[in-house]
Design a protein around this ligand. Structure first.
Ligand code: NCD
Length: 463
């Protein structure tokens, strides 16, 4: 399988640094005089390559900057900007679409309304797939642009105070960004609109993989509802228990200045009737009047609607148009790396997650309605797949990364089940089955195990 970029975790910190160094080189070589964030002209290095941009959702910056990047590398593009322009609108599956396109192009950039769509695409093709936004899940290349902008603004991520404003629940740019910030050791301060906090599975993962816990601190008249404390260890955020405010204030590193204010719009297209701008933070010069914002950089993935004041355009703290412009050198570097035009930028292999995989055979499904595995057009051929992320058999969908707690685990060979989920590690992977509810095990003709699970001799079956 070719190297694909489906989530920000598909790139190591070292690979991200290498991509940024290459983007710097492109800007040095092809930068516009007086506008050091803009590429002009082109290089002739990718003449034999074709990039296909397959967009099932609207886009301005992401698609155009990918296409501009490919053209500026001297490569070629095949573009589908409109969901009705492909056979998907006739009922063709995503798997079939990419199996066809891989014969016409050398890389695919895909944007899709379903969470996990890019991973599905990557499983049905041998050419690299880049996720340009899959529903409310992730948007890893936007995060590259965000981090690169901070680098160009001379902001080192380590120990940076980053305020995240707006729709943290549905914003895919936010989800990729928080994992990256956590990995690089920045401090994250969510300032969510009402009911638009970081999703539970994102918080769980930040806690599980980076050791952070939500903290409340008052600020600005808005309820800053979560603060991640910084790391004891270099690359991790520290876990602080939810204790009373005095104690928290004692342990908390003072907020000090906010280095970055990252603003996002309300993702109305991912919401039903509940979409409302009530209690939604608006970032403008008045908001940023406090001393702590004096040296903030204000970023926004764009498009903006009402959440970012136009009065910020003339304010030197607003760097969002440069951020959009950096999309070209950053995507040039990523494309060049995946086309192997420059050695040693990214490794040949995809990064594996450290968890065993469970493929659902007997009906357990991802509980997220927006997951690609629940799409009527795609579920005909897709088997739900989960990472088993802990000893209690917490399952994480490999596509949308929502989490699921099954009620029972069983063995298809013994036709036995147990509600003690810890038994999963003793069952042979080929016979392992999880049940969403205990009653499903009974209905399937499974009998309860008697006695405690026996420890298997030697190495555990799954790890
Ligand atoms: C973002 C997206 O599509 O997720 N835009 C972008 O890619 N620059 C943010 C948004 O649409 O709000």
């Amino acid at each position: 399988m070719a190297r694909s970029i489906l989530t920000i975790d598909d790139l190591s910190n070292e690979e991200i640094e290498a991509i940024f160094e290459l983007a710097d080189d492109f800007l040095t070589e092809l930068g516009t005089p007086g506008r050091p964030y803009r590429i002009q002209g082109r290089k002739d290095v990718a003449g034999q390559f074709i990039l296909s941009t397959l967009f099932f959702e609207p886009s301005t910056r992401t698609r155009f900057s990918f296409e501009s990047a490919m053209l500026r590398l001297g490569g070629n593009i095949l573009s589908s900007a409109n969901p009705t322009s492909t056979s998907a609108s006739k009922g063709e599956s995503l798997a079939d679409t990419v199996r066809v396109i891989e014969n016409y192009a050398d890389l695919i950039v895909i944007r899709h309304p379903r969470e996990g769509a890019a991973r599905v695409a990557s499983e049905y093709t041998d050419i690299p797939v880049i996720n340009a936004g899959d529903g409310g899940h992730e948007h890893p290349t936007q995060t590259l642009c965000d981090l690169y902008t901070l680098r160009r603004e001379n902001k080192s991520l380590k120990d940076l105070n980053v305020l995240l404003c707006g729709d943290l629940k549905h914003g895919r740019t936010i989800h990729s960004l928080v994992y990256a910030l956590a990995r690089f050791g920045a401090r994250i301060m969510p300032l969510a609109g009402k009911g638009l906090d970081l999703p539970e599975h994102v918080r769980n993962r930040l806690k599980r993989e980076y050791g952070c816990i939500p903290r409340e601190l008052p600020s600005n008249g808005f309820p800053v509802d979560v603060v991640y404390q910084t790391p004891e260890k270099d690359h991790q955020l520290a876990l602080i228990p939810d204790v009373d405010l005095d104690l928290r204030m004692k342990f908390a590193k003072p907020l000090g200045s906010i280095d970055v204010c990252y603003v996002t719009r309300l993702q109305v297209e991912r919401m039903g009737d509940e979409a409302s701008k009530k209690d939604y933070p608006i970032v403008d010069r008045q908001f940023l009047n406090e001393h702590r914002y004096k040296h903030s950089s204000v970023l926004h993935p764009l498009p903006r609607v009402d959440e970012l004041g136009y009065d910020m355009d003339a304010d030197s703290r607003g760097v969002y148009f440069k951020q959009a412009s950096y999309g070209v050198p950053v995507r040039m570097a990523l494309l060049a790396a995946l086309m192997k035009l420059y050695p040693n930028i990214v490794t040949a292999q995809n990064r594996e997650r450290p968890y065993p995989i469970y493929t659902s055979v007997d009906g357990i499904r991802c509980g997220n309605n927006q997951c690609i595995t629940n799409d009527p057009q795609e579920k005909r051929y897709l088997k739900p797949k989960f990472w088993i992320v802990d000893e209690t058999a917490l399952l994480r969908c490999t596509y949308c990364e929502h989490e699921l707690h099954p009620q029972a685990v069983g063995s298809t060979s013994a036709k036995k089940f147990d509600t003690n989920l810890g038994r999963w590690a003793t069952i042979d992977a080929g016979h392992l089955v999880f049940f969403e509810r205990e009653v499903d095990a009974h209905r399937g003709g499974f009998q309860p195990y008697k006695g405690k699970p026996k420890q298997t001799a030697g190495t555990p079956v799954h790890r």
